[in-house]
Design a protein around this ligand. Structure first.
Ligand code: TGC
Ligand code: FAD
Length: 391
């Protein structure tokens, strides 16, 4: 019997620079040796391992694309490959890094004052401070434009009132980027932990993304200095959407990592597990499943690699990102479900990575824009007709 073919079936490695491949391999190695041995425990206990922060910082995974302020200023391609490797470990791990990079450090760098950048970015790059991003509300998920959270200006401060829901890192964050309705439109604000009236509460009984902190935020007459406004934010949703574009890009890559972990687990299992006197891998029905999985992984990675090029060239549109997020999250989830099936009863055990990835991918498919929302964004771009609003 021949050894199994590499998962990099189309030699996609050749699309990446030597430097990016080295970085990717370093992250892959860290995930394999430091994270994966405990991944099932973190998931089972419903815990994000805060003790890994110094290691994430020393690998320069916090503030990956930011320049200066202690950040390495890497390319979009490097950022994508890092997300892929982190999610090969666990979607919760990639989520933490996504939120820090795309949803907290990016808006501070992009829309913040010099003082805000100096205050937060170096500390976050060192892993000393954590942030979260509060856009979603109990009644405003896919339609964040209907948010109720308000920011009322007073002399030298703002008073914030409202609730945010499903917020990654909420309880462990030192600062929250909160999107709120001010008199001039939806703006971004920095709300620090410990500010009177501001609290974060765990969302319990979660069966997905268990190795990630997910919280509800409550803002009750929270008084913040006027200097905590991110002054570069627009007065519509545009600035928030720019942050989402960054995160969605990383998620599209991350989904390739999770799918690869599931595919490789299924391929190896099928190679060693015998039923009816022969390895599962020798049956045509199993081979059809594996062939389909590898084809979808290859297509997903090619989408990402091209998207990374478009982003590095500065010509990626948000609908390009929608296409990759929509496709890769959906295909990764299908691959995880097929892998779970190939593993039979073992497919539901945390002794294998598959069920953990499968459950995580349910979230990945929903957050940062559901399948439907990205299909609607693409549909509008393709046809010119807006199908977002019902009757
Ligand atoms: P709409 O009329 O569709 O658009 C208003 C203007 O914005 C433009 N636009 C975008 N621009 C940049 N980036 C994007 N992604 C954009 N999407 C739309 C659009 O072209 C238009 O421009 P113009 O010049 O024509 O005015 O606005 P709408 O109010 O109908 O909103 C629809 C929208 C875009 C919000 C919806 O499609 C959407 O994206 N909903 C999904 C919400 C979402 O993704 N929430 C994510 C919350 S954060 C999160 O989940 C973190 S998970 C973190 C983790 O753990 O990894
Ligand atoms: P809804 O918007 O209520 O959608 C429900 C269903 O209706 C979906 O199938 C949707 O596709 C469909 N639907 C909605 N509108 C339409 C339409 N116009 N046409 C057709 N179908 C439609 N948010 C943050 O702000 N920050 C975070 O850090 C964050 N982290 C998260 C972590 C986790 C673990 C999870 C699960 C979510 C997180 N979210 C976060 C929230 C996430 O972005 C939202 O859950 C997501 O945007 C969907 O919103 P919703 O859950 O309210 O679903």
């Amino acid at each position: 019997m021949k050894a199994p073919q590499s998962t990099d079936y189309y030699l996609c490695d050749q699309l990446f620079s030597e430097e990016d491949r080295c970085l990717r391999d370093a992250v892959r190695n860290w995930v394999r040796t430091r994270y994966l041995p405990k991944a099932a425990d973190y998931f089972e206990r419903g815990e994000f391992p805060l003790e890994i922060l110094p290691e994430l910082a020393s690998l320069k995974l916090l503030g990956i694309k930011q320049k200066d302020y202690g950040c390495p200023g890497l390319s979009n391609m490097a950022y994508g490959l890092i997300c892929q490797e982190l999610e090969r470990g666990d979607s919760g791990l990639r989520s933490f890094v996504s939120v820090m990079n795309a949803l907290v450090m990016y808006p501070i760098a992009q829309f913040g004052t010099e003082q805000q950048k100096k205050r937060w970015l170096p500390a976050m790059a060192r892993g000393d401070q954590i942030g979260c991003f509060g856009l979603t509300e109990p009644q405003a998920g896919s339609d964040p434009g209907s948010m109720q959270t308000s920011a009322a200006p007073a002399k030298d401060h703002y008073i914030l009132n409202g609730r945010k829901m499903w917020i990654t890192n909420g309880e462990i964050a030192d600062v929250a980027v909160i999107w709120a309705r001010a008199p001039d439109g939806i703006r971004g604000f920095l709300v620090e932990k410990g500010t009177p009236g501001f609290s974060a509460h765990p969302i319990a009984r979660k069966f997905s993304l268990r190795a990630s902190v997910t919280s509800a935020l409550v803002l009750k007459d929270v008084q913040i200095p006027a200097t905590n406004l991110l002054p570069g934010t627009t007065t519509g949703l545009k600035s928030a959407l720019m942050c989402l574009n960054e995160a969605r890009y990383g998620i599209a890559w991350g989904a390739v990592g999770a799918a690869t972990a599931c595919y490789e687990a299924a391929r190896d299992y099928a190679g060693s597990r015998k039923q009816f006197g022969a390895p599962l891998a020798s049956y045509q029905l199993v081979q059809q499943k594996l062939a389909g999985m590898l084809t979808e992984i290859t297509k997903a990675q090619l989408l990402c690699a091209r998207l990374g090029q478009l982003k590095d060239l500065g010509i990626a549109r948000h609908t390009h990102i929608s296409m990759a997020k929509m496709n890769n999250a959906a295909e990764a989830l299908k691959i995880a479900r097929t892998a779970r099936d190939i593993l039979g009863a073992n497919g539901i055990s945390l002794g294998y990575p598959v069920i953990r990835h499968m459950l995580n991918l349910e979230t990945v498919n929903t957050y940062e824009g559901t399948q439907d929302i990205h299909a609607l964004a693409l549909g509008r771009d393709i046809t010119g007709h807006d199908a977002f609003t019902g009757c």
